[in-house]
Unconditional design. Structure first.
Length: 66
């Protein structure tokens, strides 16, 4: 009777460890998704800034062309 109880206890502990690890993975994925969204927003802002700068540069280039 001792071995089956020991096996059940180990099985329960294994499931508890997997549950804790699943929660940790979930938290890290949420944190990563926030960082990815922030990076995407910053990239789109930088792209808009670059487009505005390129427009001004293209106008200045046209005026210099003979």
């Amino acid at each position: 009777m001792l071995w089956p109880m020991f096996a059940i206890a180990l099985g329960f502990l294994g499931l508890a460890v997997l549950g804790v690890l699943a929660v940790r993975v979930f938290v890290e994925v949420r944190r990563l998704s926030v960082q990815v969204a922030d990076a995407g927003r910053r990239i789109s802002e930088a792209s808009a800034d670059l487009e505005r700068a390129a427009t001004g540069l293209a106008r200045a280039g046209r005026s210099v062309r003979p």
